[in-house]
Design a protein around this ligand. Structure first.
Ligand SMILES: NC(=O)c1ccc[n+]([C@@H]2O[C@H](COP(=O)([O-])OP(=O)(O)OC[C@H]3O[C@@H](n4cnc5c(N)ncnc54)[C@H](OP(=O)(O)O)[C@@H]3O)[C@@H](O)[C@H]2O)c1
Length: 342
């Protein structure tokens, strides 16, 4: 049996809390199947305090406190720091789970959290796309030099295996192109508009369902989809690719009338993510497209997503996930965790 693995969490929102619930429900299974015994020694948030306890923080208690709008500092055995570098040094953890909001422009402060964790010998696992697009090579090389893992399965298509599929199963395959639906919020909005709801009302409905954020521009303007495209190109095509290099158009100009007209013709509007190699170049885009019933993306509805990879050896290979959410994102983090320490 391994020694206790000590975990630190930066970010305890939708994803951090879902991870905590999954760690609780999988505790016995992790010990039995993988001989992993874990202890959460630190949790840090933005506005809800931080806690450090080398003996282990009771996750159920932390969840109750956060759900009640409380401050985690009450659970701390030592005075917690709001500075994340000091927090990470004080935790003495083996693994960092970084789940703070994405910063499309710079990837910070998540990159700094991941870099610090790797520097001090922790595995660094994240659902945050910023570090992948803005610092993939830096963090990968640092992880290699430290003999630690930098893993980010949940950054694209939540817990569906995308990066591990290419890393572990599709050995020797060369990715020539991909095409998919990668943003849940816009796909849900377009699905709702098929019921004759206006774009504005569909956004409100998606917000009420807890899918769209208060400021939905990251999704509806195509930023979230574009950063996922940049992450896939950077990692799977091994070509450093910035967000600005993805030609981007959101769904703001798609009216209810346009959606209903295509529906009558047996077609659907979808926000399509694409990238392909052209010689040494990569051409990548996110834009609304009309797809017909023969298209594999035609039946991807609501918050579901899908991607078709074209490789030199397998032709088309499609991965599709139904109704993802923070719980499936949490699974991707858990799978990365088992991969890192199991
Ligand atoms: N939601 C999903 O299903 C999903 C799916 C795939 C990927 N992701 C990615 O996962 C990450 C987390 O998403 P989420 O939905 O959990 O976000 P969220 O609910 O907004 O939670 C973010 C957490 O990070 C904390 N935080 C913010 N700034 C911080 C800082 N500077 N230092 C330390 N903690 C900070 C927040 O604390 P306070 O609330 O106290 O300020 C909160 O606990 C994002 O990068 C997102 O893109 C999410």
């Amino acid at each position: 049996m391994h020694e206790d693995t000590k975990l630190a969490l930066i970010g305890f929102g939708n994803v951090g809390q879902a991870l905590a619930r999954l760690l609780i429900s999988k505790k016995e299974e992790l010990a039995r199947r993988y001989e992993i015994i874990y202890r959460v020694v630190g949790i840090a948030t933005g506005r809800h305090g931080a806690a450090i306890n080398p003996d282990g923080i009771a996750l159920e208690t932390a969840l109750h406190m956060i759900e009640a709008g409380g401050d985690l500092s009450a659970l701390s055995l030592i005075p917690p720091s709001t500075d994340m570098t000091s927090f990470l040094h004080a935790c003495h953890a083996d693994v960092l789970f970084e789940n703070t909001p994405v910063n499309y422009a710079t990837g910070q402060p998540a990159i700094e959290h991941m870099r610090t964790a790797l520097e001090i010998g922790m595995h660094a696992i994240t659902a945050n796309k910023g570090p992948v697009v803005h610092a993939y090579h830096l963090l990968s090389e640092l992880a290699l030099s430290k003999g630690r893992a930098f893993l980010f399965e949940s950054t694209v298509m939540d817990g569906a295996p995308i990066f591990s599929l290419w890393r572990e199963a599709l050995l020797g395959a060369r990715l020539s192109s991909f095409r998919g639906i990668l943003n849940s919020t816009t796909n849900l909005i377009l699905t709702l508009m098929e019921d004759g709801i206006s774009f504005e009302d569909a956004v409100i409905r998606a917000q009420e369902m807890g899918i769209a954020e208060t400021d939905p521009s990251g999704d509806v303007d195509g930023w979230d989809a574009a950063i996922k495209v940049a992450a896939l190109v950077t990692v799977l095509m091994d070509v450093p690719f910035s967000l600005q290099e993805v030609e981007r158009q959101g769904i703001g100009n798609i009216s209810e009338a346009m959606v209903l007209r295509e529906l009558e013709l047996g077609n659907r509007w979808k926000l399509i993510c694409e990238a392909r190699r052209e010689g040494d170049r990569i051409i990548a885009s996110v834009h609304p497209q009309v797809v017909d019933a023969q298209d594999p993306l035609f039946t991807v509805m609501g918050t579901s997503s899908a991607i078709t990879f074209q490789s030199d050896v397998l032709g088309a290979l499609t991965i599709r996930e139904e109704d993802p959410g923070p719980h499936t994102t949490a699974y991707g983090l858990l799978a990365d965790f088992i991969h890192a320490v199991g």
